[in-house]
Design a protein around this ligand. Structure first.
Ligand SMILES: Cc1cc2nc3c(=O)[nH]c(=O)nc-3n(C[C@H](O)[C@H](O)[C@H](O)COP(=O)(O)O)c2cc1C
Length: 173
């Protein structure tokens, strides 16, 4: 099973459009999927103490734990992923151990292309995650309303979904 984690808290998020497109592709190729949206299922700020007992935190931890791979969609905020996804990783920690992880980013401009590397490094070094070496990075011109409207980004969505599924299946067998 592959979990798609959408982390933008914006009501009209573009990274959520990427996440939904990826979910659709995974379904198309016959993968079992799960979906978690931090905008509709809020998590408490990580305090390193009582927040771990929150029901939504425990639910997300369980879903990450059960997944063979996790595909994270995030906005680029200040040359990084947003605070919501960092907070989610802080809260769920060890559930990420050994997971295959792919990243898709929505940004305001082309210059922040490397913004996912901090999260990728932390997942690799902290939790021995295997990072799929195929990112999606899209800016505003790739979208029309609530739709993805860029064939090259759609191709990248398909490649990320296909490659993640292939790696996750290979590692599970
Ligand atoms: C607080 C904040 C910081 C941002 N920082 C960057 C940035 O460093 N680089 C960039 O390209 N875009 C930046 N943006 C633009 C967002 O990445 C862009 O609006 C993106 O579409 C947001 O993703 P979302 O639509 O999924 O929420 C920033 C936006 C906000 C609100």
């Amino acid at each position: 099973m592959i979990l798609v984690l959408s982390s933008s808290l914006h009501p009209d998020s573009r990274s959520r459009i990427l996440a939904r497109a990826t979910l659709a592709r995974l379904t198309e190729i016959g993968e079992d999927t799960d979906w978690f949206d931090l905008a509709s299922t809020p998590l408490p700020p990580c305090d390193g103490a009582t927040a771990y007992g929150d029901a939504n935190v425990q639910d997300l931890s369980k879903r990450i734990h059960q997944a063979n791979a996790v595909l994270i969609a995030s906005p680029v905020y200040n040359f990084d992923v947003n605070a919501a996804v960092k907070n989610a990783v802080e809260l769920t920690g060890k559930a990420w151990t050994g997971k295959t992880v792919g990243l898709m980013l929505s940004a305001g401009g082309q210059g922040s292309y490397m913004s996912g590397m901090g999260l990728a490094n932390s997942l690799m070094l902290d939790f021995r995650c295997l990072i799929v070496p195929r990112f999606i990075y899209a800016t505003g011109e790739s979208f029309e309303g609530d739709q993805l409207a860029d064939e090259s980004i759609q191709q990248r969505v398909n490649q990320l979904a296909d490659e993640t599924a292939r790696i996750a299946r290979a590692l599970a067998s």
